[in-house]
Design a protein around this ligand. Structure first.
Ligand code: R5P
Length: 316
């Protein structure tokens, strides 16, 4: 008999973790998570994990360092308690944008985080919509990767949008945008974006026909919102009709919420890979859940079934 999966949640996203547990007909395991008065994190599993297949759900968005440290401690505690296999389930992988050296004497933070997960004792990782596919190579352990697209596309299909063009907000997102366009039976356009400095985006050109078309801008994340806001302006200036925005990860830093709400976008569709606090909800925001995607992936990993078959079904 296949043993039940043991799922524990860190403090970053317990709602999503609960949903995942429900999908697996299980419930969250009991773990104490707290902070000492001096700010140090503390973790204690309050149930047995010896020999178990343990999945630890933690997104490493804001507060990134606290969430990361808590995850490292959970992994360490599970390892010392003789867990069978420890999988770090990271729906949003923070520090991913620092995936190469742009200037001399910079770190490659995305690689360092992967190293630290391994050093803490993780056997496997499950990640969703990494900033770039190359980050997969940073994981020197078994790692599986899933996509948020099925959740967003299911929602968009119900809208039955006509004359749709999927717009990639930069060259790096073309592969993702093309996959959306294919599944939504839409055309593709590409924005030529430049970053004169960190956290600043500029549109140079729009490649493709968007005049009098409805547009869907697709990105991996909305951070400060600069990329998306500039894309909306550029598309409107060139005659776009309704504009929708879809992003896997809602980082929503700085003035992103205010700027998106005041923008000409009709709707901003994101997932719950990052828990979005109530004060960041706005009327144009639609949050779709990725719990089924992650739940099915965990089930496949746990029972040794093919994950690629699961992903293919999800993407159909
Ligand atoms: C590429 O840089 C990424 O795919 C996103 O476009 C970017 O992280 C979004 O950042 P922001 O919202 O700050 O422009």
């Amino acid at each position: 008999m296949v043993k039940k999966v043991k799922i524990f949640s860190g403090s970053s996203n317990s709602e999503l973790a609960k949903e995942i547990a429900l999908i697996l007909k299980s419930k969250l395991g009991n773990v104490e998570l707290k902070k000492f008065k001096d700010g140090e994190s503390y973790v204690n599993f309050l149930e047995k994990v010896r020999g178990e297949d343990v999945f630890l759900v933690q997104s490493t968005g804001f507060p990134q360092n606290d969430n990361l440290m808590e995850l490292f401690l959970m992994i360490d505690a599970a390892r010392r308690a003789s867990a069978g296999k420890i999988t770090a389930v990271i729906p949003y992988y923070g520090y991913a944008k620092q995936d190469r050296r742009v200037a001399d004497r910079e770190p490659i933070s995305a690689k360092l985080v992967a190293n630290l997960l391994k050093a803490a004792g993780a056997d496997k990782a499950l990640l969703m919509d990494l900033h770039t596919d190359q980050i997969q190579g940073f994981f020197e352990m078994q790692a599986d990767f899933v996509y948020a697209a099925p959740a967003i596309i299911d929602y968009l299909k119900k809208k039955k949008l006509k004359d749709l063009v999927v717009v990639s907000p930069d060259v790096g997102s073309v592969k993702r945008a093309r996959a959306y366009a294919k599944r939504l039976d839409a055309e593709l356009a590409i924005i030529d974006k430049r970053r004169p400095k960190q956290n600043m985006a500029e549109v140079m050109n729009v490649i493709g026909e968007i005049n009098e078309k409805n547009c869907l801008i697709v990105d991996d994340e909305i951070n400060t919102g600069g990329t998306i806001i500039n894309a909306i302006h550029a598309l409107k200036k060139r005659g776009a009709k309704d504009i929708f925005v879809a992003a896997s990860h809602a980082v929503l830093a700085g003035d992103a919420v205010k700027n998106l709400q005041n923008s000409e976008a009709k709707e901003v569709i994101v997932t719950n890979s990052i828990s979005i606090p109530k004060e960041k909800h706005f009327s144009k925001l639609k949050i779709v859940s990725v719990a089924v995607i992650l739940g099915q992936a965990i089930q496949a990993m746990h029972s040794g079934k093919s994950l690629s078959e699961v992903i293919q079904k999800q993407l159909k």
